[in-house]
Design a protein around this ligand. Structure first.
Ligand code: NOJ
Length: 532
């Protein structure tokens, strides 16, 4: 496709997030692994995925399931060996797909040799690789809180100082103001890029630099009891510091020395602050600062439509948009809005302007799986008892078929499989043309075949309490997308003449029919119309 050829793979492609513990177990230990992912690449290819992002697979004590790394250049034996990684990379490339790794530069494990050295004595050369501070009148140096609950400072008896951890005590924050830390992490990035990895999803990018004076964070006047304790304060001084952009620029410079690699930033910030991570002018930042609006906003037509417009309006000149409905930290889309609406959400995700990222299992409509308290694994769930904040429900094993353990493993999985897997699995849904899986697949392939959807312009047309309508255009190719975000009937009378064919619908039986003039949609219905 000539037009799309002027765009890069991370602009025209579709990213799929694999949570490796839960995707496919190949060796019968109940935990997913690299070989398992390789075995399932043909499925991803069938679905139309063009890039796979794998959450961390490095050696780790697994206090935060791999987001606590003890060796940035290795592979955890649970997931396999380096030869399994090389094979995965090779097989991904063989299929014309790309592989994106998770990079966790903000913090390491407390079992990483860097931290072991750092905590060994105040005079250790690596002491300043982490954030160490004296007590203030017998208390922590400031009021900062850990995202996972409790204070963000941990007292180290041996050296008589506190260290800072934005997450678990087992995840000490690296001191990114130290050039040696920068050098070490840039070296890690080169290691994987030299292997041929196509890019990184950078964990908590906006956390990387903290206020040099470590000032107290102000109180959050909007805090309510049901919220996580972390929300008691506004993280004004502990996150999103101006100097973080210099680090992001350096990372980008490093990537740009290679051909066509991508940097995706995990950043939970309001739009105005988020778009700064694209970089300013010649100072380039992340290619894709994750836009989490479809996760954080209520499923409300007016709010979503204004968020789309605000985002489109805020993007810098060369900033490429991106959208995502879910990830391993958030309740699944089908649970948040219901299984029927999940199709409308897929139609939105895959017809908006910008790169879509899918979370494994969402394409089969997987829902959050309730995990009994005595089976909870997630530290965020365990650290804040009484507040149900566990992320386990959205991390359960992929449902492949109706055999025992849903075809995920031959052994008891590390996290229980959904009870409904026999009616909801890849094998079964592949055979049903009207399933959510085949809906996703048709939509993905359709998007990839039509420049108007892949790279065309976006024009909002209409919004009311229930529905959103917009146009996507590229040269003479024009598509009208009309989505009913409610369960009730809705009606739209376009100001312009509308005459066209429904190419894709949440209700497969409507595909191929024609629309003319006013459009009425049933509850949970969405259509993509090719305009004549
Ligand atoms: C964001 C990751 O997505 C999450 O799973 C993890 O717990 C934190 N960062 C800490 O690394």
């Amino acid at each position: 496709m000539e037009q799309a050829a002027q765009h890069l793979w991370w602009q025209t492609g579709i990213i799929y997030q694999v949570y490796p513990r839960s995707f496919q177990d190949s060796n019968g230990d109940g935990v997913g692994d690299l070989k398992g992912i390789t075995q399932r690449l043909d499925y991803l290819k069938w679905l139309g995925i063009t890039a796979v992002w794998v959450s961390p697979v490095y050696p780790s004590p697994m206090a935060d399931f791999g987001y606590d790394i003890s060796d940035y250049k290795g592979i955890h034996p649970l997931f396999g060996g380096m030869e399994d990684f090389d094979e995965l990379l090779h097989e991904v490339h063989q299929r014309g797909m790309k592989l994106i790794l998770d990079l966790v530069p903000n913090h390491s494990s407390d079992e990483h040799p860097w931290f072991l050295e750092s905590r060994s004595s105040r005079s250790n050369p690596k002491r300043d690789w982490y954030i160490w501070e004296d007590a203030k009148d017998g208390h922590p140096p400031n009021n900062w809180l850990s995202v996972f609950g409790g204070p963000a400072w941990e007292w180290d008896e041996h050296t008589g100082q506190y260290y800072y951890h934005a997450f678990l005590t087992k995840q000490p924050d690296l001191n990114w103001r130290n050039p040696e830390v920068q050098k070490a992490m840039f070296d890690v990035m080169r290691f994987w890029l030299d292997k041929g990895v196509d890019g990184f999803r950078v964990d908590v990018m906006w956390h990387m630099i903290k206020d040099a004076q470590l000032r107290d964070n102000p109180h959050n006047p909007e805090f309510r009891e049901h919220m996580p304790d972390y929300s008691k304060l506004l993280p004004v001084y502990s996150t999103d510091q101006p100097e973080v952009h210099t680090i992001v620029q350096q990372m980008r410079g490093l990537l740009d020395a290679y051909d066509e690699r991508v940097m995706i930033g995990e950043i939970y910030l309001p739009i105005e602050q988020l778009v700064v991570y694209y970089g300013i002018g010649d100072n380039k930042g992340a290619h894709l600062p994750f836009n989490f609006q479809l996760i954080s906003l209520p499923w409300d037509a007016q709010q979503i439509s204004s968020a789309i417009d605000a985002y489109e309006g805020a993007l810098p000149a060369n900033g490429w948009p991106n959208w995502v409905l879910g990830n391993h930290d958030q309740s699944r889309i089908a649970s948040r809005i219901g299984l029927q609406q999940a199709r409308v959400a897929a139609l939105l995700l895959l017809t908006l302007r910008g790169t879509p990222t899918l979370y494994y299992g969402d394409e089969i409509g997987m829902q959050d799986v309730p995990i009994p308290l005595d089976e909870v694994q997630d530290p965020q769930g365990l650290n804040m008892p009484g507040k149900y904040l566990s992320r386990d429900p959205e991390r359960t094993p992929m449902q492949w078929d109706n055999s025992q353990h849903a075809g995920f493993s031959t052994a008891k999985p590390w996290l229980r499989v959904s009870r409904n897997f026999q009616g909801q699995n890849v094998n079964l849904l592949q055979q049903d043309e009207s399933s959510i899986l085949n809906f996703y697949r048709r939509l993905i392939h359709f998007r990839q075949e039509h420049p108007a959807l892949m790279i065309g312009s976006y024009k909002p047309l209409y919004t009311d309490q229930k529905m959103i309508a917009y146009l996507r255009e590229y040269q003479e190719q024009r598509f009208l997308i009309v989505l009913n975000l409610s369960h009730g009937v809705c009606y739209f009378e376009p100001q312009m003449p509308v005459h066209g064919k429904i190419e894709i619908s949440t209700h497969a039986e409507l595909e191929g029919s024609f629309v003319k003039g006013a459009i009425s949609l049933g509850g949970d219905e969405g259509i993509l119309v090719r305009l004549h």
